[in-house]
Write a protein that binds this ligand. Structure first.
Ligand code: 5IU
Length: 267
């Protein structure tokens, strides 16, 4: 687990997106990623405009939006999303969980109706298919001439998931094959780091009160995942989007995540 500050890691992280992310986290004093699992595009945009100052990353699932209301086009929505990311200085993470062979994920990431690589700074991929998935995704970013980064799924938050342990260790080995494109992991704990390595760990399954959702989701507190387990970014969905006062709740999570980080680097 890293006791280095986000500022210091921002200067040396091997990925360009990692350096940008760590530096904006330090500047805004936030390690909060809000997961906007909302099906109405306009509601997502107004929520992000309101919580923008509290977050470092907005995590999307673009394929849950029917685009039947305004904004009714994907391009219009992603343009507005990008403008909000600029305005409030946060990054966009499409939680696509790519899981196919290199040639197929190339077509999925760079094309289709969503054109994810064009607007999402970060996406993620399962390690099941082997290193070709990393190579295929990276080729898309190179061909488009955009700066992008990948998180590998090392361990999920849900009960009974097959990640963690040896699976995470093998995923880490795969990530070592491309340290300029793979910025880190989705995991529930810091990964074993060799001298000179730095992986950003983003962690879903975070809630200040609940323990689960009845469908396998398992929650830990910001303090548990950031201070005790060494994760870097907390990902919070329903804990914020389900609250009456979403702005106040986002601030509450930002403060909890930030205090946990401050304690970790002081320990
Ligand atoms: N998500 C998880 N667990 C995981 C991965 C992704 O919960 O291991 I990878 C997603 C699912 C949802 C968000 O979009 O993170 C968590 O939302 P809640 O905080 O509402 O449970």
């Amino acid at each position: 687990m890293s006791s280095r500050t986000y500022e210091s890691r921002a200067r040396t992280h091997p990925t360009a997106i990692g350096r940008t992310l760590l530096s904006l986290m330090a500047a805004k004093k936030t390690n909060l990623c809000v997961s906007v699992d909302i099906t109405d595009a306009a509601t997502i945009l107004s929520l992000l405009d309101a919580v923008g100052p509290s977050i470092c990353v907005a995590k999307t699932h673009i394929d849950i939006i029917p685009f039947s209301n305004s904004p009714s086009s994907i391009a219009e929505f992603t343009a507005a999303l990008s403008a909000l990311a600029e305005k409030h200085n946060f990054l966009i993470f499409e939680d696509r969980k790519f899981a196919d062979i290199g040639s197929t994920v190339k077509a999925q990431y760079g094309g289709g109706v969503y054109n994810i690589a064009k607007w999402a700074h970060i996406t993620n991929a399962h390690s099941v298919p082997g290193p070709g998935i990393v190579a295929g995704l990276k080729e898309v970013a190179e061909e488009l001439g955009v700066t992008r980064a990948l998180l590998m799924l090392g361990e999920m938050s849900s009960k009974g998931n097959l990640g963690g342990g040896e699976y995470l260790a093998k995923t880490l080995e795969m990530a070592r094959g491309d340290t300029e494109f793979v910025m880190g992991f989705i995991a529930q704990c810091a990964v074993d780091t060799r001298e000179g390595e730095d992986w950003i760990v983003m962690t879903p399954g975070v809630d200040l009160g609940r323990k689960g959702d009845g469908l396998g989701q398992q929650y830990n507190t910001p303090d548990r995942v950031v201070r005790e387990k060494g994760c870097d970014v907390i990902i919070v969905g329903r804990g914020i989007i389900g609250a009456e006062d979403k702005v106040a709740k986002a601030e509450e999570y930002r403060k909890a995540g930030w205090e946990a980080y401050e304690k970790r680097v002081a320990e």
